[in-house]
Design a protein around this ligand. Structure first.
Ligand code: PMP
Length: 440
């Protein structure tokens, strides 16, 4: 299949040296530094389809896919053309544009619960703003979030107090005053009783229940549909808003995201990644009566110099148009299912007491447990060590996984059956080695 590999990383290592002199840790986002897996991060110079090429000329089949945006693959021609055309017409105007209206119309058409949408520049901003409008609408302060769900790096959401009943959050980052997380209640996933207790204790203060309906930032902790329906019901019962953070699952697991997949109507939804087609964009949306509280219509302030940037909107629109025209979700499901099947044929997960978890084109190698994990505190450290060993074998065999065992993998429309069969063979064989060496 022509993977070109020199097994050298000297240019990457040199660049990492230079980077560390000017960027904290040599990176602009922490996981990129390979701290979890050891070694020097590979510096990528190009991506095409499902392949990446690094600064030493090594090629990889990519399963990180920029952490989710690239559902069509790297440098998809129609997306590239849309970006070029948009950029030639001006990078940003700071005014209203046609392309943002077109993308908004598409989002509202695809995603049932979204009647109004506002574009921002990242997933972090989307969630931060959705929480603000939820608080403005309900005139309440507290937000329930779940241990293991990541919602970006806004101060009050960088909280992980572990599981426990109505635990009031303690910040999990330095630089966040305790006071800022006073209104964040952190609960364990998959536990109806904990949610009932929190509402019983301070239901009149709870503005919203914020959840990744497909939790994919701490392994892939697929939730029971009845649990998600329970969250819908209890939120309505107490007048709190249900907020689905679909930054990963939006436009990925179905055209209407996890809300469509599970048939649940949240009050607000947040998006990022796929919606920007590889450019920096995010969005939040929901019922008109809630969203219309935003400035300029209402009292909830939210703004952005580059919000709805025309180049980013063009990339997002081109991506959604390709998805619409290509039977994409059926193809993604069938290719991802055959990747999973081939992987299971090549490596006996059950015999090794481990698992591969999948939701459409999102997968997670759960190397510490065979059971279906639904809570973050059940992820075994030993499984993460196995992943690290696997990662280091695969990076020298032309397969690029996300550099942390807590991260999921993404399959794109650019991964052909042949690419996936080759990858399953290599990943399965390497897994066999990891476990054989582990037992020796
Ligand atoms: N929410 C979820 C569910 C995410 O996965 C992420 C990013 N991984 C974010 C929010 C934050 O998005 P961004 O990195 O674009 O700020």
């Amino acid at each position: 299949m022509g993977i070109n590999r020199t097994d050298q990383a000297s240019n990457s290592a040199k660049l990492f040296g230079r980077a560390q002199a000017v960027l904290p840790g040599g990176v602009n986002s922490p996981v990129r530094a390979f701290k979890a897996v050891g070694g020097s991060p590979r510096f990528m110079r190009a991506g095409a389809g499902c392949r990446l090429t690094d600064e030493d000329g090594n090629e990889y089949i990519d399963f990180c896919m920029s952490w989710g945006p690239l559902i069509l693959g790297h440098a998809q021609p129609e997306v590239v053309r849309a970006v070029q055309t948009a950029a030639e017409g001006g990078m940003t105007f700071g005014t209203a544009t046609k392309v943002e209206v077109e993308l908004a119309e598409m989002v509202c058409r695809w995603v049932g619960p979204v009647e109004r949408v506002r574009f921002v520049s990242s997933g972090t901003e989307a969630v931060m703003s959705a929480v603000r409008v939820a608080r403005g609408f309900t005139r309440r302060s507290k937000i329930i979030k779940f241990d293991g769900c990541y919602h970006g790096h806004a101060d009050h959401l960088l909280v992980n107090a572990g599981s426990g009943l109505a635990t009031f959050g303690t910040p999990s980052s330095a630089g966040v005053p305790q006071d800022f997380s006073r209104h964040t209640i952190v609960l364990a996933l998959d536990d109806e009783f904990a949610v009932e207790q929190a509402f019983a204790r301070c239901g009149e203060d709870i503005a919203g229940v914020l959840i990744e309906p497909v939790p994919a930032n701490n392994g892939l902790l697929l939730q029971r549909p009845e649990y998600l329906r329970f969250l819908r019901e209890i939120s309505s019962q107490f007048g709190a808003l249900l907020i689905f953070d679909e930054v990963i699952s939006g436009f990925r697991v179905a055209p209407g995201g996890a809300a469509e997949l599970y048939g649940i109507r949240p009050d607000l939804m947040t998006f990022g990644k796929v919606i920007g087609g590889g450019m920096p964009a995010g969005a939040f949306g929901g019922r008109a009566e809630i969203m219309n509280l935003l400035a300029p219509l209402g009292p909830v302030y939210q703004a952005g110099t580059l919000s709805g940037n025309p180049v980013a909107m063009a990339a997002g629109l081109a991506t959604l148009r390709v998805l619409e025209q290509t039977d994409a979700y059926r193809v993604l499901e069938s290719r991802s299912a055959s990747f999973e099947r081939l992987l299971r044929e090549r490596f006996d997960f059950a015999a090794h007491g481990v698992n591969v978890v999948r939701c459409g084109s999102i997968f997670w190698l759960s190397l510490g447990s065979a059971s279906m994990l639904r809570r973050a505190d059940r992820i075994a450290a030993q499984g993460i060590e196995c992943y690290t060993a696997l990662f280091n074998k695969l990076i020298n065999r032309g397969i690029y996984l996300a550099p942390s065992g807590y991260e999921v993998g993404f399959i794109s429309l650019a991964h052909t059956e042949e690419d996936l069969a080759d990858a399953a063979e290599t990943v399965g064989g390497s897994l066999g080695e990891v476990f054989a060496e582990g037992m020796a």
